[in-house]
Design a protein. Structure first.
Length: 296
């Protein structure tokens, strides 16, 4: 079964799938080791890992390259941020092909003007509904007969209102998208209303101190959401840990991290035992052959 097929099965089953956000292989492995079933490649975290704010400054190729590394590092379906699809409907076709080629299970494409902004910032702009639906139709066609999942994100709530966001979400599903992602509903009532008004599976973006009020995951599941992503949980958590540790170093101390992992334990998290075994697989026969040659 492909990773896209696995993701489709998770969406169809009962309950909600939680996908914490990874921006590199370290955070992706942490998510897998913690027992989650899906990894979300965060666009904001990926931008930060490249030294930029989430202002649409990364290219499609840079985003695909990061998604490819993450997909190769964990045996889990990857949902990736694909911003606006990086242009018009023709660019969207190539975007779908490139992410799918790297083994990514799903991408979400939004209706912001490019360059875009993080969905929880002010002063966003959105394209026309017609242009957005053209992109969704192109994305669905580019998927072909594969199980690759198209997630239609709309940022129109903060620009033209909640009702228009719902209209765009439903129109995107009608055009072939598989999941609707209404970004940044601004009240708990709106959060609860999205799965009731949208005619298909819904994704909730859980961003602490963002535009959307805090929602417990169990409550989101009861509301009917099928996927919850937590894009900035690890990204901002790592920043906080770095600040605390480095502040201690500035004071002349060498602090112990919150989880004091030894070098051996750290390498083990990334497959050191498997690589040791592989090396021995080749070296043992070589040593035996050399010994036999000398004896002969």
């Amino acid at each position: 079964m492909s990773k896209a097929s696995e993701l489709r099965a998770l969406i169809k089953r009962g309950g909600m799938t939680v996908a914490p956000g990874a921006y590199d292989c370290i955070t992706a492995r942490a998510i897998a080791d913690a027992g989650f079933e899906v990894v979300y490649m965060t666009g904001s975290g990926t931008a930060a890992a490249h030294g930029y704010p989430d202002y649409g400054l990364l290219t499609m190729s840079e985003m695909v390259a990061n998604a490819s590394k993450i997909a190769a590092s964990v045996d889990l379906p990857i949902i990736s941020d694909a911003d606006t699809g990086y242009g018009n409907e023709l660019n969207v076709v190539r975007t779908v092909h490139e992410f799918a080629r790297q083994g990514v299970a799903a991408i979400h494409i939004e209706d912001q003007v490019f360059p875009k902004k993080c969905g929880h910032l002010d002063n966003k702009e959105v394209i026309s509904a017609e242009d957005y639906i053209a992109k969704m139709r192109a994305a669905a066609d580019a998927r072909g007969n594969s199980d690759f999942v198209i997630i239609a994100r709309t940022d129109s709530r903060g620009v033209v209102g909640f009702d228009e966001a719902i209209r765009r979400a439903n129109a995107a599903l009608a055009a072939g998208a598989d999941v609707a992602f209404v970004e940044a509903p601004q009240t708990l009532e709106e959060v609860a209303a999205v799965p009731k008004l949208v005619k298909g599976p819904c994704l909730l973006n859980v961003v602490r101190r963002g535009k959307t009020p805090a929602v417990e995951l169990k409550d989101a599941e009861e509301m009917g959401y099928k996927i919850a992503i937590l894009p900035s949980l690890l990204f901002r958590g790592v920043l906080g840990c770095c600040d605390e540790l480095l502040a201690e170093v500035k004071k002349g101390r060498v602090p112990a991290p919150s989880k004091d992992i030894s070098p051996q334990e750290g390498f083990a998290r990334f497959g050191a035992a498997e690589w040791d075994e592989l090396r021995e697989h080749y070296r043992a026969p070589a040593a035996a052959a050399v010994k036999a040659a000398k004896a002969g």
